[in-house]
Ligand binder design. Structure first.
Ligand SMILES: C[S@@+](CC[C@H](N)C(=O)[O-])C[C@H]1O[C@@H](n2cnc3c(N)ncnc32)[C@H](O)[C@@H]1O
Length: 249
C-alpha cells in the first residue's frame, strides 16, 4: 500500500499527491473508472483520459490493449506516466499536455472518455464548454465517464451552503472559494495553497450539464468513497459519477 505525505505531512494511504496542488490521485479505482477500463479491450478505437495524473486509469486501460491518449495540465505527471508505461504499451500511449476547457482534439476521435475528479476545478461555463467539446470528440455512440467531488466528502463543512443554494435553484451551488475555510480539520499550514476555488457537484448537476451538451445520460449516482482513509467521517456520497453516451446518430 502506497503511503505518501501531502504538504501538511498527513499520511494518506493510496492517495498520491499531485505535483501541481490539485489534490490527490486516488490509487483505488471507483466503478466509473473500472467501467472505462473494461471498455478498453473492446473499444475499437482510441480512448481519452483527461486529468490522468500519473495514470491510475490509463495504465490498466493500456494493459487491456487499448490505444490511449492521456491528457493532463501538468507535464510532470505525464513524464511519470510515460516512464511507468511498459515498453510494449508505450506505442499505444500518446501524452498530451493540455488544460480544460482550452485543450482540443479532432471531432469523433475517441470511443470513450474518462474525466475523473477534474471538472470540480472549473467554473460553470468552463464545465459546460468542456462537456460540449467532449461530445464533439466522441464518435457517435461513444461513452463519457465523469467523476467529481461533492460537498459531502472531504468538503462536508460546505454541505449546508451547497444544500441551501441548491434549494434556491442556483445553477452552480458548489462554487467554493477560500478552500482553507472548508477543510474538515483546522490548519494554519501556509504550505497548503490548493486551487483558488472549487466547484463541487452532485450527480444531478453533472447529468443536467451532460444532457444540455447533447448526451444521453445512462447512469448518474453518488460514489461511496468511504475508503478516502485518513479524512474522517464519510457518508457514501463522497463523489458523483455519470455515464453518458453520445447518441449513435
Ligand atoms: C484530483 S487529481 C485526479 C487524478 C485522477 N484522475 C483521479 O481520479 O484520481 C486532478 C488531476 O487533473 C489534472 N487537472 C486539473 N485541472 C485540469 C484541467 N483543467 N485540465 C486538465 N487537467 C487538469 C491535475 O493536474 C491532476 O492530475
Amino acid at each position: 500500500m502506497a503511503k505518501e505525505r501531502n504538504a501538511a505531512g498527513w499520511r494518506l494511504p493510496n492517495m498520491r499527491p499531485t505535483l501541481n496542488d490539485t489534490g490527490f490521485m486516488f490509487e483505488v479505482l471507483d466503478e466509473y473508472a473500472e467501467a472505462f477500463i473494461a471498455e478498453a479491450g473492446r473499444a475499437g478505437g482510441p480512448l481519452l483520459e483527461i486529468g490522468c495524473a500519473f495514470g491510475v486509469a490509463t495504465l490498466p486501460a493500456l494493459a487491456a490493449g487499448a490505444e490511449v491518449v492521456a491528457c493532463d495540465m501538468e507535464q510532470g505527471h505525464l513524464d511519470e506516466l510515460l516512464a511507468a508505461a511498459p515498453a510494449a504499451d508505450r506505442e499505444r500511449l500518446e501524452c498530451v499536455l493540455g488544460q480544460l476547457p482550452y485543450v482540443d482534439f479532432a471531432p469523433e476521435s475517441f470511443a470513450a472518455i474518462l474525466c475523473s475528479r477534474v471538472l470540480h476545478f472549473l467554473d460553470g461555463s468552463a464545465i459546460d464548454a468542456s462537456l460540449r467539446k467532449m461530445y464533439r470528440w466522441l464518435v457517435p455512440g461513444g461513452r463519457l465517464y465523469l467523476v467529481a467531488d461533492t460537498p459531502y466528502g472531504i468538503w462536508r463543512k460546505f454541505a449546508p451552503v451547497f444544500d441551501a443554494r441548491l434549494a434556491r435553484g442556483e445553477r452552480w451551488p458548489g462554487l467554493m472559494i477560500g478552500l482553507e475555510n472548508w477543510l474538515p480539520y483546522p490548519t494554519r499550514d501556509a504550505r497548503i495553497k490548493g486551487p483558488p476555488f472549487m466547484n463541487l457537484l452532485n450527480p444531478d448537476l453533472l447529468a443536467r450539464s451532460c444532457r444540455e451538451a447533447g448526451f444521453e445520460v445512462q447512469r448518474a449516482s453518488y460514489i461511496d468513497r468511504s475508503d478516502f482513509a485518513g479524512l474522517g467521517r464519510m457518508d457514501g456520497r463522497e463523489n458523483a459519477g455519470v455515464l453518458a453516451r453520445r447518441p449513435a446518430g
